[in-house]
Design a protein around this ligand. Structure first.
Ligand SMILES: *Cc1c(COP(=O)(O)O)cnc(C)c1O
Length: 418
């Protein structure tokens, strides 16, 4: 099996783990910048193309600042995510606000910031109107339901079973209603795949949205400013998988775009995306140390990270590759369950995984933890969220989030009132 590479050599990783207590997340700035550049390059044929980084994937202002410098906007779905963008200077239409079950104060903040508001339901038109008023630009999230012909996607599921978006009839009616209410600019969004490795899925999405753009123009004289293909570009969690060919995605979407744009008079329609995973996912590492081993019906290695640091294996049965830092050349002739300390038996980073022989104190790196990793963290069993470190382009390390302390954990309790 192919191996995955580490962002630092083993001696530097060991030094780092001496200086900062494990577990911690480590992000590779250079690789993040290179990845986002390759995405933007694949769409450079579309002058207005923008990637709105999905903030939820790694909501750290230092990472957002890097992405802003590369020209990204932010895709937000909550008040705190809006604030994070504001703090790093991502404002106005560089924010896409795609939320669901949204309270009025969140819409209020989105309006204050001039964000693009992406409505998740027909009834939200009236809700927005009655609470904060309709902005000049409105976007709708389409749930294509059975109209989407491809197979369901493991994380998002079948569109018909998904809670997001408006169905087709509601969508058409939605544009009619907001146009009548004075909205002047329009966007169309969908998000039907997640962690999708097949580039044709994104081309299909573009075709679906562009043919809808044509229909909106013909039936309602609604001229879309943009279609947003959503996020969902997958990453090769398993070393035997191949990354998505971004050039293939870009060129495939271009072909569809060229087919529709002039013929149906859609110009100057813009293409947007809002990926999280592909931008930071492969460039974040969860560094943890083996603290115990036990041998019962299976062989277990206990590490000092747990599912609160990275929930994907427990939540989705997701594969995350593991490298034993000082034993990279050793034969992978031991089979382990690599487990965390939660009182939940699904707190396992790897199940029946062939690895080198692991001893207590060995440093382990869990790969592809840079998106939907730290951000999914929680405090069950009194687990404290770990630190986040940034490996900067000049090779230095910056702590971009400290680890939580017991005081943080108890901060919302009033012991004085006992
Ligand atoms: C989660 C999410 C994304 C990002 O998904 P990735 O798989 O990280 O690319 C984009 N848009 C919306 C609306 C989302 O909910």
């Amino acid at each position: 099996m192919a191996e995955k590479t580490l962002p630092l050599d083993s001696s530097r990783l060991n030094e780092l783990a001496e200086e900062y207590p494990t577990p911690f997340h480590l992000y590779d700035e250079r690789a993040i910048r290179e990845t986002v550049r390759s995405l933007l390059k694949a769409f450079e044929w579309c002058p207005g193309f923008r990637e709105y980084y999905a903030v939820k994937a790694a909501p750290n202002p230092h990472l957002l600042k890097i992405l802003k410098e590369e020209g990204c906007g932010g895709d937000c779905s909550s008040f705190p995510e809006l604030l994070l963008c504001e703090k790093v200077g991502i404002t106005g239409e560089h924010i896409m606000f795609t939320s669901n079950e949204t309270p009025a104060y969140e819409y209020q903040k989105a309006r204050e910031l001039g964000a693009v508001i992406n409505l998740d339901d027909f009834t939200h038109i009236e809700f927005l109107q009655n609470t904060v008023g309709l902005p000049e630009l409105i976007c709708f999230r389409l749930n294509p339901g059975p109209l989407r012909q491809s197979e369901g996607n493991a994380i998002i599921g079948n569109p018909e079973e998904s809670k997001y978006g408006l169905n087709m009839e509601q969508l058409i009616e939605g544009y009619r209603v907001v146009k009548e209410a004075g909205v002047q600019r329009f966007g169309l969004h969908t998000m039907v795949v997640s962690n999708e490795l097949n580039s044709s899925a994104f081309v299909e999405t573009a075709r679906m949205l562009l043919s809808l753009a044509t229909r909106l123009k013909k039936e309602l004289d609604v001229q879309l400013d943009f279609v947003n293909l959503g996020g969902g570009i997958g990453i090769p969690y398993h070393p035997d998988q191949d990354p998505v060919d971004l050039v293939e995605v870009g060129q495939g979407v271009k072909q569809v775009y060229d087919e529709f744009i002039g013929r149906d008079g859609l110009e100057p329609l813009n293409i947007l995306m809002e990926n999280g995973r592909m931008v930071t996912g492969p460039h974040g590492y969860l560094v943890t140390r083996a603290v115990h081993e036990k041998h019962i019906y299976r062989d277990y290695v206990g590490v000092d990270a747990c599912m609160a640091n990275l929930m994907r294996p427990a939540m989705y049965g997701a594969y995350h590759h593991i490298t034993v830092v000082d034993k990279q050349q050793d034969p992978h002739d031991h089979v382990y369950d690599v487990v965390g300390s939660l009182c939940e038996n699904n707190d396992k980073f790897a199940i029946q995984r062939s690895l080198p022989k692991i001893d207590r104190g060995d440093l382990l790196v869990i790969h592809d933890a840079g998106a939907h990793g730290h951000s999914m963290g929680f405090q069950y069993n009194g687990k404290l969220r770990s630190a986040e470190l940034l490996l900067k382009e000049d090779g230095s390390i910056q702590q971009i989030r400290r680890a939580e302390t017991i005081d943080d954990y108890f901060a919302t309790l009033d012991f004085g009132a006992l």
